[in-house]
Design a binder for this molecule. Structure first.
Ligand code: XIL
Length: 338
Protein backbone atom coordinates (compact mmCIF):
# COMPACT_ATOMS: atom_id res chain seq x y z
CA UNK A 1 0.00 0.00 0.00
CA UNK A 2 2.74 2.48 0.90
CA UNK A 3 4.79 1.63 -2.18
CA UNK A 4 1.77 1.86 -4.47
CA UNK A 5 0.75 5.18 -2.98
CA UNK A 6 4.24 6.56 -3.63
CA UNK A 7 4.00 5.37 -7.24
CA UNK A 8 0.57 7.00 -7.36
CA UNK A 9 -1.11 3.83 -8.59
CA UNK A 10 -4.08 2.31 -6.84
CA UNK A 11 -3.93 -1.32 -5.78
CA UNK A 12 -7.05 -3.09 -4.68
CA UNK A 13 -8.71 -6.38 -3.90
CA UNK A 14 -12.09 -8.01 -3.87
CA UNK A 15 -13.26 -8.73 -0.32
CA UNK A 16 -15.89 -10.92 1.30
CA UNK A 17 -17.88 -8.73 3.65
CA UNK A 18 -18.80 -11.71 5.75
CA UNK A 19 -15.10 -12.20 6.51
CA UNK A 20 -14.73 -8.55 7.46
CA UNK A 21 -17.76 -8.67 9.75
CA UNK A 22 -16.55 -11.83 11.48
CA UNK A 23 -12.96 -10.57 11.57
CA UNK A 24 -11.88 -14.06 10.53
CA UNK A 25 -8.55 -15.78 11.00
CA UNK A 26 -7.55 -13.93 14.11
CA UNK A 27 -7.70 -10.58 12.34
CA UNK A 28 -5.30 -11.57 9.56
CA UNK A 29 -7.87 -11.08 6.81
CA UNK A 30 -8.50 -7.44 7.69
CA UNK A 31 -4.88 -6.71 8.63
CA UNK A 32 -3.65 -7.81 5.21
CA UNK A 33 -6.22 -5.70 3.39
CA UNK A 34 -5.25 -2.60 5.34
CA UNK A 35 -1.56 -3.27 4.89
CA UNK A 36 -1.61 -3.83 1.14
CA UNK A 37 -4.48 -1.99 -0.53
CA UNK A 38 -6.09 1.39 -1.03
CA UNK A 39 -9.03 0.05 -2.96
CA UNK A 40 -11.69 -2.54 -2.24
CA UNK A 41 -14.55 -4.11 -4.19
CA UNK A 42 -17.25 -6.39 -2.80
CA UNK A 43 -16.80 -9.87 -4.29
CA UNK A 44 -20.50 -10.50 -3.67
CA UNK A 45 -23.28 -8.45 -2.15
CA UNK A 46 -23.46 -5.38 -4.36
CA UNK A 47 -24.59 -7.13 -7.54
CA UNK A 48 -28.19 -6.90 -8.78
CA UNK A 49 -28.98 -10.50 -7.83
CA UNK A 50 -28.23 -9.69 -4.19
CA UNK A 51 -29.49 -6.10 -3.95
CA UNK A 52 -32.56 -6.25 -6.19
CA UNK A 53 -34.86 -8.65 -4.38
CA UNK A 54 -38.15 -7.48 -5.90
CA UNK A 55 -39.75 -4.52 -7.61
CA UNK A 56 -38.86 -1.56 -5.38
CA UNK A 57 -37.36 -3.97 -2.86
CA UNK A 58 -33.69 -3.78 -2.01
CA UNK A 59 -31.24 -5.55 0.24
CA UNK A 60 -28.70 -2.93 1.26
CA UNK A 61 -26.92 -5.05 3.86
CA UNK A 62 -23.50 -5.31 2.18
CA UNK A 63 -23.30 -1.88 0.59
CA UNK A 64 -24.50 0.00 3.67
CA UNK A 65 -22.13 -1.86 5.96
CA UNK A 66 -19.23 -1.03 3.67
CA UNK A 67 -19.94 2.55 2.71
CA UNK A 68 -22.71 3.75 5.01
CA UNK A 69 -26.37 4.52 4.61
CA UNK A 70 -28.35 7.76 4.58
CA UNK A 71 -28.93 7.48 8.35
CA UNK A 72 -25.39 6.36 9.24
CA UNK A 73 -23.04 7.80 6.64
CA UNK A 74 -19.79 6.18 7.83
CA UNK A 75 -19.08 2.59 6.88
CA UNK A 76 -16.13 0.22 7.22
CA UNK A 77 -14.49 1.72 4.13
CA UNK A 78 -14.33 5.27 5.53
CA UNK A 79 -13.34 4.03 8.98
CA UNK A 80 -10.33 2.36 7.43
CA UNK A 81 -9.28 5.07 4.98
CA UNK A 82 -10.04 2.94 1.92
CA UNK A 83 -11.95 3.55 -1.28
CA UNK A 84 -14.72 1.39 -2.72
CA UNK A 85 -15.38 0.37 -6.33
CA UNK A 86 -18.95 -0.51 -7.15
CA UNK A 87 -19.45 -3.89 -8.83
CA UNK A 88 -21.86 -4.09 -10.65
CA UNK A 89 -25.08 -2.36 -11.70
CA UNK A 90 -26.10 -4.78 -14.43
CA UNK A 91 -24.98 -8.35 -15.11
CA UNK A 92 -27.13 -9.66 -17.93
CA UNK A 93 -25.96 -13.31 -17.85
CA UNK A 94 -28.94 -15.54 -17.00
CA UNK A 95 -27.35 -17.03 -13.88
CA UNK A 96 -26.63 -13.61 -12.47
CA UNK A 97 -30.06 -12.06 -12.97
CA UNK A 98 -32.57 -11.55 -10.15
CA UNK A 99 -34.74 -14.67 -10.37
CA UNK A 100 -38.01 -12.82 -9.73
CA UNK A 101 -37.35 -10.68 -12.80
CA UNK A 102 -36.73 -13.67 -15.06
CA UNK A 103 -39.87 -15.35 -13.73
CA UNK A 104 -41.96 -12.36 -14.76
CA UNK A 105 -40.34 -12.01 -18.16
CA UNK A 106 -43.42 -12.85 -20.26
CA UNK A 107 -45.51 -10.12 -18.62
CA UNK A 108 -42.89 -7.36 -18.76
CA UNK A 109 -43.20 -5.02 -21.74
CA UNK A 110 -40.17 -3.18 -23.14
CA UNK A 111 -41.41 0.08 -21.60
CA UNK A 112 -41.80 -1.61 -18.24
CA UNK A 113 -38.33 -3.13 -18.53
CA UNK A 114 -36.86 0.29 -19.23
CA UNK A 115 -38.57 1.83 -16.23
CA UNK A 116 -37.48 -1.05 -13.97
CA UNK A 117 -33.92 -0.53 -15.14
CA UNK A 118 -34.15 3.19 -14.50
CA UNK A 119 -35.59 2.63 -11.00
CA UNK A 120 -32.90 0.18 -10.04
CA UNK A 121 -29.85 2.02 -11.33
CA UNK A 122 -31.07 5.40 -10.12
CA UNK A 123 -31.85 4.07 -6.65
CA UNK A 124 -28.52 2.29 -6.17
CA UNK A 125 -26.29 4.99 -7.63
CA UNK A 126 -28.13 7.72 -5.70
CA UNK A 127 -27.84 5.86 -2.41
CA UNK A 128 -24.04 5.73 -2.68
CA UNK A 129 -23.55 8.99 -4.58
CA UNK A 130 -20.26 10.72 -3.85
CA UNK A 131 -18.94 7.71 -1.93
CA UNK A 132 -17.96 5.30 -4.66
CA UNK A 133 -14.81 5.69 -6.73
CA UNK A 134 -16.34 4.13 -9.81
CA UNK A 135 -19.03 1.71 -10.93
CA UNK A 136 -18.89 -1.25 -13.25
CA UNK A 137 -22.12 -0.27 -14.97
CA UNK A 138 -22.47 -3.31 -17.20
CA UNK A 139 -20.66 -6.59 -16.58
CA UNK A 140 -19.98 -9.33 -19.13
CA UNK A 141 -22.58 -8.44 -21.75
CA UNK A 142 -20.66 -9.82 -24.73
CA UNK A 143 -20.57 -13.43 -25.87
CA UNK A 144 -17.36 -15.38 -26.36
CA UNK A 145 -18.41 -16.44 -29.86
CA UNK A 146 -19.68 -14.70 -32.92
CA UNK A 147 -23.43 -14.20 -33.08
CA UNK A 148 -25.91 -12.26 -35.12
CA UNK A 149 -26.56 -9.81 -32.32
CA UNK A 150 -24.94 -6.36 -32.39
CA UNK A 151 -21.49 -6.36 -30.74
CA UNK A 152 -22.06 -10.10 -30.14
CA UNK A 153 -24.18 -9.19 -27.14
CA UNK A 154 -25.39 -12.18 -25.16
CA UNK A 155 -28.96 -13.25 -25.43
CA UNK A 156 -30.28 -11.88 -22.15
CA UNK A 157 -33.44 -10.61 -20.53
CA UNK A 158 -32.29 -7.05 -21.14
CA UNK A 159 -31.37 -7.68 -24.75
CA UNK A 160 -34.68 -9.39 -25.47
CA UNK A 161 -36.60 -6.44 -24.01
CA UNK A 162 -34.55 -3.47 -25.19
CA UNK A 163 -32.03 -4.64 -27.76
CA UNK A 164 -28.58 -3.09 -27.58
CA UNK A 165 -30.05 0.10 -26.12
CA UNK A 166 -30.16 -1.48 -22.66
CA UNK A 167 -26.45 -0.78 -22.37
CA UNK A 168 -26.89 2.81 -23.37
CA UNK A 169 -29.73 3.31 -20.91
CA UNK A 170 -27.75 1.76 -18.06
CA UNK A 171 -24.90 4.24 -18.55
CA UNK A 172 -27.26 7.19 -18.95
CA UNK A 173 -29.23 6.37 -15.79
CA UNK A 174 -26.01 5.91 -13.81
CA UNK A 175 -24.54 9.19 -15.05
CA UNK A 176 -27.76 11.10 -14.33
CA UNK A 177 -27.82 9.74 -10.78
CA UNK A 178 -24.20 10.71 -10.06
CA UNK A 179 -22.57 12.89 -12.73
CA UNK A 180 -19.20 12.69 -10.94
CA UNK A 181 -18.77 8.95 -10.63
CA UNK A 182 -16.52 7.05 -13.05
CA UNK A 183 -18.42 4.59 -15.22
CA UNK A 184 -16.87 1.43 -16.62
CA UNK A 185 -17.82 -1.39 -18.90
CA UNK A 186 -16.32 -4.57 -17.35
CA UNK A 187 -15.54 -7.77 -19.25
CA UNK A 188 -13.46 -10.96 -19.17
CA UNK A 189 -11.37 -12.36 -22.00
CA UNK A 190 -10.70 -8.97 -23.62
CA UNK A 191 -7.16 -8.47 -22.35
CA UNK A 192 -5.54 -9.31 -25.70
CA UNK A 193 -6.58 -8.36 -29.20
CA UNK A 194 -9.35 -10.79 -30.10
CA UNK A 195 -12.82 -10.89 -31.58
CA UNK A 196 -14.32 -10.22 -28.15
CA UNK A 197 -11.97 -7.29 -27.52
CA UNK A 198 -12.88 -5.87 -30.95
CA UNK A 199 -16.57 -6.09 -30.15
CA UNK A 200 -16.01 -4.41 -26.80
CA UNK A 201 -14.17 -1.54 -28.42
CA UNK A 202 -16.98 -1.21 -30.97
CA UNK A 203 -19.53 -1.21 -28.17
CA UNK A 204 -17.91 1.58 -26.18
CA UNK A 205 -17.23 3.56 -29.35
CA UNK A 206 -20.90 3.28 -30.21
CA UNK A 207 -21.85 4.52 -26.73
CA UNK A 208 -19.50 7.46 -27.14
CA UNK A 209 -20.91 8.28 -30.57
CA UNK A 210 -24.36 8.40 -28.95
CA UNK A 211 -23.08 11.00 -26.49
CA UNK A 212 -23.10 8.59 -23.55
CA UNK A 213 -20.54 9.03 -20.77
CA UNK A 214 -18.21 6.01 -20.52
CA UNK A 215 -14.93 6.61 -18.70
CA UNK A 216 -13.32 3.32 -19.39
CA UNK A 217 -13.18 -0.39 -19.75
CA UNK A 218 -12.42 -2.82 -16.95
CA UNK A 219 -10.44 -5.83 -18.10
CA UNK A 220 -10.88 -8.65 -15.62
CA UNK A 221 -7.62 -10.54 -16.11
CA UNK A 222 -8.60 -13.99 -14.90
CA UNK A 223 -5.57 -15.64 -16.46
CA UNK A 224 -3.44 -18.70 -15.89
CA UNK A 225 0.22 -19.26 -15.46
CA UNK A 226 0.82 -20.35 -19.06
CA UNK A 227 0.57 -16.74 -20.23
CA UNK A 228 3.32 -14.17 -20.68
CA UNK A 229 2.84 -10.42 -20.79
CA UNK A 230 5.60 -8.42 -22.48
CA UNK A 231 5.86 -4.82 -23.72
CA UNK A 232 4.65 -4.57 -27.31
CA UNK A 233 2.71 -7.83 -27.28
CA UNK A 234 -1.00 -8.14 -27.98
CA UNK A 235 -1.91 -7.29 -24.37
CA UNK A 236 -0.07 -4.00 -24.75
CA UNK A 237 -1.39 -3.36 -28.26
CA UNK A 238 -4.93 -3.95 -27.10
CA UNK A 239 -4.66 -1.60 -24.12
CA UNK A 240 -3.10 1.05 -26.34
CA UNK A 241 -5.94 1.05 -28.86
CA UNK A 242 -8.57 1.46 -26.13
CA UNK A 243 -6.57 4.35 -24.71
CA UNK A 244 -5.97 5.90 -28.17
CA UNK A 245 -9.72 5.91 -28.73
CA UNK A 246 -10.34 7.78 -25.51
CA UNK A 247 -11.07 5.07 -22.95
CA UNK A 248 -9.24 4.58 -19.70
CA UNK A 249 -8.56 1.04 -18.61
CA UNK A 250 -8.40 -0.82 -15.35
CA UNK A 251 -7.25 -4.27 -14.27
CA UNK A 252 -10.37 -5.18 -12.30
CA UNK A 253 -10.18 -8.83 -11.22
CA UNK A 254 -6.66 -10.17 -11.62
CA UNK A 255 -5.89 -13.70 -10.56
CA UNK A 256 -3.34 -16.10 -12.03
CA UNK A 257 -4.35 -19.71 -11.57
CA UNK A 258 -2.10 -22.75 -11.71
CA UNK A 259 -3.14 -26.31 -12.61
CA UNK A 260 -3.92 -28.31 -9.45
CA UNK A 261 -4.29 -31.93 -8.41
CA UNK A 262 -5.33 -33.06 -4.93
CA UNK A 263 -5.22 -29.49 -3.70
CA UNK A 264 -1.61 -28.91 -4.78
CA UNK A 265 0.02 -27.34 -7.83
CA UNK A 266 0.85 -30.07 -10.35
CA UNK A 267 4.10 -28.26 -11.12
CA UNK A 268 5.49 -26.60 -8.00
CA UNK A 269 7.65 -24.35 -10.22
CA UNK A 270 4.43 -22.71 -11.44
CA UNK A 271 4.36 -20.62 -8.28
CA UNK A 272 7.63 -18.94 -9.33
CA UNK A 273 6.28 -18.39 -12.83
CA UNK A 274 3.13 -16.95 -11.32
CA UNK A 275 5.26 -14.54 -9.34
CA UNK A 276 6.95 -13.25 -12.49
CA UNK A 277 3.60 -12.93 -14.21
CA UNK A 278 2.12 -10.91 -11.35
CA UNK A 279 5.02 -8.54 -11.82
CA UNK A 280 4.48 -8.41 -15.59
CA UNK A 281 0.84 -7.43 -15.17
CA UNK A 282 1.80 -4.76 -12.64
CA UNK A 283 4.44 -3.47 -15.11
CA UNK A 284 1.72 -3.30 -17.72
CA UNK A 285 -0.54 -1.34 -15.36
CA UNK A 286 2.31 1.04 -14.50
CA UNK A 287 3.21 1.43 -18.20
CA UNK A 288 -0.29 2.66 -19.04
CA UNK A 289 -0.77 4.60 -15.83
CA UNK A 290 -2.52 7.06 -15.36
CA UNK A 291 -4.73 5.92 -18.26
CA UNK A 292 -4.72 2.58 -16.47
CA UNK A 293 -6.26 3.65 -13.15
CA UNK A 294 -4.92 0.74 -11.15
CA UNK A 295 -4.96 -2.95 -10.47
CA UNK A 296 -7.31 -5.01 -8.35
CA UNK A 297 -6.96 -8.69 -7.66
CA UNK A 298 -9.99 -10.93 -7.15
CA UNK A 299 -9.19 -11.72 -3.55
CA UNK A 300 -5.70 -11.78 -2.07
CA UNK A 301 -5.24 -15.06 -0.19
CA UNK A 302 -5.59 -18.59 -1.56
CA UNK A 303 -7.72 -19.28 1.50
CA UNK A 304 -10.61 -17.41 -0.17
CA UNK A 305 -10.69 -17.58 -3.94
CA UNK A 306 -13.43 -18.33 -6.42
CA UNK A 307 -11.04 -20.27 -8.71
CA UNK A 308 -11.12 -23.76 -7.11
CA UNK A 309 -14.90 -24.08 -7.16
CA UNK A 310 -15.20 -22.37 -10.54
CA UNK A 311 -12.70 -24.79 -12.09
CA UNK A 312 -13.90 -27.91 -10.29
CA UNK A 313 -10.63 -27.98 -8.35
CA UNK A 314 -8.52 -28.29 -11.50
CA UNK A 315 -7.03 -24.82 -10.91
CA UNK A 316 -6.17 -22.79 -7.85
CA UNK A 317 -3.49 -21.10 -5.76
CA UNK A 318 -4.15 -18.03 -7.89
CA UNK A 319 -3.47 -15.18 -5.46
CA UNK A 320 -0.41 -13.39 -3.99
CA UNK A 321 -0.74 -14.76 -0.43
CA UNK A 322 -1.05 -18.46 0.34
CA UNK A 323 -3.87 -19.99 2.36
CA UNK A 324 -2.07 -19.11 5.60
CA UNK A 325 -1.52 -15.51 4.52
CA UNK A 326 2.18 -16.12 3.84
CA UNK A 327 3.40 -13.96 0.91
CA UNK A 328 4.16 -15.93 -2.26
CA UNK A 329 6.60 -14.94 -5.02
CA UNK A 330 3.82 -12.88 -6.61
CA UNK A 331 3.66 -10.66 -3.56
CA UNK A 332 7.42 -10.02 -3.46
CA UNK A 333 7.65 -9.53 -7.22
CA UNK A 334 4.97 -6.82 -7.08
CA UNK A 335 6.59 -5.20 -4.08
CA UNK A 336 9.95 -5.06 -5.84
CA UNK A 337 8.41 -3.57 -8.96
CA UNK A 338 6.85 -0.77 -6.90
C1 XIL B 1 -17.79 -14.25 -8.72
C2 XIL B 1 -17.48 -14.44 -7.25
O1 XIL B 1 -16.11 -14.53 -7.05
C3 XIL B 1 -18.16 -15.70 -6.78
O2 XIL B 1 -17.98 -15.86 -5.39
C4 XIL B 1 -19.65 -15.62 -7.11
O3 XIL B 1 -20.25 -16.82 -6.79
C5 XIL B 1 -19.88 -15.36 -8.57
O4 XIL B 1 -19.17 -14.20 -8.95
N1 XIL B 1 -16.40 -12.07 -13.07
C6 XIL B 1 -17.00 -11.12 -12.28
C7 XIL B 1 -17.16 -11.38 -10.84
O5 XIL B 1 -17.30 -10.03 -12.76
O6 XIL B 1 -18.30 -10.74 -10.31
C8 XIL B 1 -17.22 -12.85 -10.55
O7 XIL B 1 -17.24 -13.03 -9.14
C9 XIL B 1 -16.03 -13.54 -11.15
C10 XIL B 1 -16.01 -13.38 -12.64
Amino acid sequence: RVSATLRDIRLGTAVLVDNLQKNVDGGKYIANIKKNYQWVVAEVGMKPKQIWIGENKYNWATGDWLIGSPSNPIGWIQQNGLQLRGHNLLWPGNNFMPTWLLQQESSITPDKAKSLLEDYITTVVTRYRGKIAGWDVVNEAIDDYDSSRPFNLRDSFWFRKLGRDFIKYAFIFAHNADPNVELFYNEYGIERTSLKANRTLELVNWLKSEGVTVHGVGMQWHIDVSKTVTPGDSYYQNAQRFIDQGFDILVTELDISVPMRNGKPINPADIQKQGVLYRSVLQYALHFHPKCHGLLTWGFTDRYSWIPSFSNNTKGDALPLDASYVPKPGYFQMQEEL
